[in-house]
Ligand binder design. Structure first.
Ligand code: AMP
Length: 530
């Protein structure tokens, strides 16, 4: 067979050649819209690669982006890789010290940003030591810096993609770890292409030429779950929005004939609230990929009743990110609605290329059975799973490739993964494990609970016992007794929280997940009665 170096430039070449006129719609922060297509994305990416070289950038150099979802960001995914560079997608919600650390650690040479993030640039510019060029994607009138369209517009696009090894890096994302500095995860051309091919399976994203995808998952979070690559391979239409306002998303979904979307559960929550308040029906999507944190049952039920297939996915920045996706199983048609919801509430099955296993939480030498009952530390390996963090001295995967995810889960006999907790958050009571996540999920099922977080508190007799922190819905006066009565039929008696504390807010990380570390710090003086 022939040599065919797996580089992402093949992906954009294919999209432009085979689906060149398929549209890419962008709704910008100022409310305007632009339309291009795959041929246009490729031709701009060629100009961008040329423009980067004209600035003096070389193969291997890092180019940062601080941007939401739109076609010019998409151009940068292919333009930077096509110049042989590495795109560093920065999460604008990171804290200042993290922003400072990651751009300096990655040694970014240029940064391309949305006008909305100008205040971040103004604040950080003096702290970023390696960035020489700042380019704005969508400048307002009167802007006196470098504007993206003008900058690439100076080039003729007569450019040959920079070639190289398929193991060269093409993107870097930092994880906002709960301890220490963020860690860089470099995606290679090869890992990116393989991950995207696997994403095309019917049991993963299920794209066809008629798919119209509006990805709400940001392009700065874990490569937007690989959608901009898989979508290009399938030649789908993309609809991007630079704002995440449910009113805007809803209108775009209806008007542009969106069939597929992807995002974290809170995106759907906001969408439900918007539709309820406005008396609107949910958009008639064919499929919604939901991941990043556990998708609650009520969300699955509502979407399924709306005729939308829910693809509950699990992954992490370190896994490119897709590890598992929940598509219909072989017995799907024989299941009741309740059974379908139960199955969808789990995190799905591994896509081809990755392997999963669970090991004993106390004795890592014991690999656990896939019996649908035993929970343990979740490990993963495969061609798009991290081996070593960027610039780290040692590998983070073991000699057989197993990477410890920090998640705790159960593997079912049919391969379905059921995530139960994070290793650091699972509560050990009297030598037995309690899943903080399951307790939280049960609590948020109460109609008057807006948000809940459960942490283990030191206990003189049991080692640790669960304490549940609850944010009430506005105007609610729900009591601890009410919540206990709601929990009692849902969880084992010994899992019942020792205390329920009502709080005004629960701390979150930059990616919108509950930060148990901050919650623990906030309640470090908390004591439970013996
Ligand atoms: P990140 O690297 O920021 O994407 O975070 C990855 C982590 O998010 C995983 O290790 C899980 O703890 C959590 N996560 C991702 N997807 C899911 C899911 N479907 N259900 C529960 N937790 C999830």
């Amino acid at each position: 067979m022939q040599d065919w170096t797996m580089r992402v430039t093949h992906v954009i070449d294919h999209a432009a050649r085979e689906a060149g006129d398929r549209e890419i719609v962008s709704r910008w922060a100022d409310g305007t819209e632009t339309r291009t297509n795959w041929a246009g994305i490729r031709s701009d990416a060629l100009k961008m690669a040329q423009a980067l070289q004209a600035l003096g950038l070389k193969k291997g150099d890092k180019v940062a982006s601080l941007a939401m979802n739109h076609s010019r960001h998409l151009v940068s995914w292919y333009g930077v890789a096509g110049m042989g560079g590495v795109l560093h997608t920065i999460n604008p919600r990171l804290f200042e010290d993290q922003l400072e650390y990651i751009a300096n650690h990655a040694e970014d040479k240029a940064l391309i940003y949305d006008a909305a993030f100008q205040p971040i640039i103004d604040k950080m510019k003096s702290k970023w030591t390696t960035i020489e060029h700042y380019i704005c994607y969508d400048p307002a009138d009167g802007f006196d810096g470098l504007a993206f369209e003008d900058w690439i517009g100076e080039q003729d696009g007569n450019f040959e993609w920079v070639t190289g090894d398929e193991r060269d890096p093409c993107m870097i994302c930092y994880t906002s770890g709960t301890t220490g500095n963020p860690k860089g995860v470099q995606y290679e051309h090869r890992s990116t292409v393989l991950h995207a091919i696997s994403g095309l399976q019917p049991s993963t994203f299920n794209f066809s030429a008629s798919s119209v995808m509006l990805p709400v998952v940001p392009m700065f979070h874990a490569a937007s779950w690989g959608l901009p690559y898989a979508g290009a391979m399938a030649g789908i239409k993309f609809v991007f929005s630079a704002v995440n306002d449910p009113a805007v998303l809803h209108e775009l979904m209806e008007r542009e004939g969106v069939t597929d979307s992807a995002g974290v559960p809170t995106v759907w929550l906001a969408h439900f609230q918007y539709c309820d308040a406005q008396g609107l029906d949910l958009p008639k999507l064919k499929a919604a990929t939901i991941g990043g944190s556990a998708c609650p049952r009520f969300m699955i039920e509502r979407l399924m009743k709306n005729g939308t297939r829910v693809q509950h996915a699990w992954g992490m920045t370190e896994t490119s990110p897709i590890g598992t996706v929940g598509g219909p199983t072989h017995d799907w048609d024989d299941l009741t609605f309740e059974q379908k919801v139960d199955k969808t509430a789990m995190q799905g099955r591994p896509i081809f290329g990755v392997e999963l296993r669970t090991i004993d939480l106390d004795d890592p030498s014991i690999e656990l059975p896939r019996d649908g009952k035993t929970s343990g530390a979740l490990q993963i390996r495969g061609p798009w799973i991290i081996k070593r963090y960027y610039k780290a001295e040692e590998d983070c995967a073991d000699e057989n490739g197993w990477f410890d995810t920090g998640d705790v889960g159960i593997i079912h006999p049919d391969g379905t993964l059921q995530l139960t907790d994070r290793t650091k958050d699972v509560i050990k009571s009297g030598g037995e494990w309690i899943s903080s996540v399951e307790l939280e999920n049960a609590a948020v099922g109460h109609a008057e609970v807006a948000e809940a977080a459960c942490i283990g508190m030191p206990h003189p007799k049991w080692d640790e016992r669960p304490v549940l922190f609850v944010v009430r819905n506005p105007g609610s006066s729900v009591t601890a007794d009410d919540i206990n009565a709601h929990l009692a039929p849902l969880i084992a008696k010994w899992w019942m929280p020792d205390a329920i504390e009502f709080v005004d807010d629960i701390p979150h990380t930059a990616t919108g997940k509950i930060s148990k570390k901050d919650l623990r710090e906030r309640f470090s003086d908390y004591t439970l009665a013996g």
